[in-house]
Design a protein around this ligand. Structure first.
Ligand code: CMP
Length: 148
């Protein structure tokens, strides 16, 4: 089954909306198979956002994501990358539809509350930054036969 990497950013933690966001993933049918609260170092943030190094928003992005704890997750499901990106909404919250996570809880692109990988390949790279292989678990959801 496909896996994707998700990170609840510092404003999700400090605003107390971790539970609301996780409920949306669970309600949709995605399965949380790894989860960790941690505070990013500049080095780790640099690995996660390596493709954005040198862009005008890079410094403010790193400053924000290292400013308070984050919650890192691996979630699993059929087409998990695509489903997660739909749940999250447009990178710019001003363009994100209401009903999406960013459309409901974010105001700016930098403080856009949540990150979700944009491809299966990037998901693998990103989950490896946060999790050892043995920390990604295998179990069945009780409703799995009714989701697929
Ligand atoms: P995220 O999905 O975590 O991936 C890269 C992040 O860079 C993005 O969300 C935004 O928080 C941040 N960012 C800031 N400015 C921009 C921009 N102009 N274009 C894309 N991403 C941006």
């Amino acid at each position: 089954m496909e896996k994707t990497f998700v990170m609840l950013k510092p404003s999700a933690v400090t605003r107390g909306i971790i539970g609301n966001i996780l409920s949306r993933l669970e309600n949709r049918g995605l399965k949380i198979v790894a989860m960790k609260m941690t505070q990013l170092t500049e080095e780790k943030a640099g690995k996660l956002y390596a493709v954005h190094k040198g862009k005008p928003f890079y410094e403010s992005l790193v400053e924000y994501v290292t400013s308070a704890p984050v919650v890192a997750l691996v979630v699993e499901g059929e087409d998990a990358v695509k489903i997660m990106r739909k749940l999250v909404g447009n990178t710019n919250p001003k363009e994100a539809e209401s009903g999406t996570i960013r459309g409901d809880w974010a105001m700016t692109t930098t403080k856009n509350v949540i990150h979700a990988s944009d491809s299966v390949e990037n998901a693998k790279t990103e989950m490896n930054i946060f999790f050892a292989p043995q920390e990604i678990l295998t179990y069945k959801r009780a409703d799995e036969n009714w989701l697929y």
